[in-house]
Design a protein around this ligand. Structure first.
Ligand SMILES: C[S@@+](CC[C@H](N)C(=O)[O-])C[C@H]1O[C@@H](n2cnc3c(N)ncnc32)[C@H](O)[C@@H]1O
Length: 277
C-alpha cells in the first residue's frame, strides 16, 4: 500500500477506516470542543446534548486512530473545556470574540449544575485510558495573550490541555528535538501565544505548538495525521519539517483553505511518500 500526503474531505471515522493499519507515526489534533461552536454541517462532532455522548463520539474516532498508528507512535490531543450554560439555550455573539457566536447551546446536562466547568479534557483522557491508550503526559498550553472574558465571578481562562497518549509502553520520543534553555528536558507548561489565521473563522493551532509535537514524536519522512484538519496547520508544519501528512476535514470550505495554505508553502498533495504493509 502506498501512502501519499493528502487532504481528504469527509467524516473522520469513515475516512480513517480506509487507511492502512500501523502507517502513521504521530497524530496531532484538536477536535471540535463540546458545545462551543456550531460548524453547521451534518456528522459534526461537538453538538451532542450530553458531554458523555460527546466523549463517546471522540473515543470511537480515536479507536480508529489507534488502528492506523504504528506501535511506537503517539497521539497529541489538544482539547478545551466548556461551561454549562446557566440556563441560556443560546449564546449571544461576543463582540470581542466573534468566532464564539452560535445559535444553539445544549441545556445543562443531567448531573451538572448551571455555570459549572464540565471538565471535558479529563473526562476524555480517562475514557481513552479505559479504551487502551497510555496516558503519558498532560501539558498545559498557557496563552500569554488570552482573550478577555466578560466574567466577574471566576478567573479568566488562559490555558488549554494537551495530552500525550501512546499505543505502547515504549514509544518514539526524541527528547533532544525541542530542548529548553541549558538543554533541559522539555517542561509540561508551554507558553505560546494564540495566532489567528486570517482565512479561518475558528480557533487554529499556533504552529509553534504543533512543531513541538511533530519534532519530538516523529522523524523526517514519517507520516503525521490530523483527523480534524481545519485550516491545515498540522499539514503546514509537517511540510516545514520534512514530514508527510494526512489531513481529514468534514467541511469542504475548510478543505479549500487548507489546500491553498499547503500549495502556498510549496507542499505537494498526493506525493509519493513510502510503502507500508
Ligand atoms: C478545532 S477545529 C481544528 C482546527 C485546526 N487545528 C486548525 O489549526 O485549523 C475542528 C475541526 O473539526 C472539523 N470536524 C467536525 N466534525 C468532524 C468530523 N466528524 N470529521 C472530520 N472533521 C470534523 C470541523 O469542521 C473543524 O474544522
Amino acid at each position: 500500500m502506498v501512502i501519499r500526503s493528502s487532504v481528504v474531505t469527509g467524516d473522520a471515522l469513515d475516512i480513517l477506516a480506509g487507511l492502512p493499519q500501523e502507517s502513521i507515526r504521530t497524530v496531532v489534533t484538536s477536535p471540535p470542543y463540546w458545545s462551543l461552536r456550531d460548524y453547521a454541517i451534518l456528522s459534526q462532532i461537538g453538538m451532542e446534548d450530553d458531554p458523555d455522548e460527546y466523549v463517546a463520539s471522540l473515543v470511537r474516532v480515536f479507536d480508529e486512530v489507534w488502528r492506523v498508528l504504528r506501535k511506537d507512535g503517539s497521539l497529541w490531543l489538544n482539547i478545551g473545556d466548556s461551561y454549562t450554560s446557566g440556563g441560556r439555550t443560546w449564546r449571544a455573539p461576543d463582540k470581542k470574540n466573534p468566532i464564539r457566536a452560535m445559535s444553539i447551546r445544549p441545556p445543562t446536562p443531567k448531573g451538572l449544575k448551571p455555570k459549572e466547568l464540565v471538565g471535558i479534557p479529563w473526562r476524555l483522557a480517562f475514557a481513552l485510558q479505559a479504551s487502551g491508550w497510555y496516558l503519558r503526559s498532560d501539558v498545559i498550553w498557557r496563552k500569554p495573550n488570552a482573550m478577555p472574558e466578560s466574567v466577574k465571578d471566576r478567573p479568566t481562562r488562559s490555558h488549554e490541555y494537551l495530552f500525550l497518549l501512546t499505543k505502547s509502553e515504549r514509544c518514539y520520543y526524541d527528547r533532544t528535538a525541542v530542548p529548553e534553555v541549558n538543554g533541559r528536558n522539555l517542561r509540561t507548561v508551554w507558553d505560546i501565544n494564540t495566532q489567528p489565521f486570517s482565512e479561518a473563522h475558528f480557533a487554529t493551532f499556533p504552529p509553534e505548538l504543533v512543531a513541538r509535537c511533530i519534532k519530538t514524536t516523529s522523524e523526517p519522512g514519517d507520516v503525521v495525521l490530523d483527523p480534524f484538519l481545519g485550516s491545515g496547520t498540522v499539514a503546514a508544519v509537517a511540510i516545514q519539517n520534512q514530514r508527510a501528512f494526512i489531513g481529514i476535514e468534514l467541511n469542504p470550505e475548510y478543505v479549500d483553505i487548507a489546500r491553498r495554505r499547503i500549495s502556498q508553502l510549496g507542499g505537494r498533495l498526493d506525493q509519493w511518500v513510502e510503502e507500508v504493509g
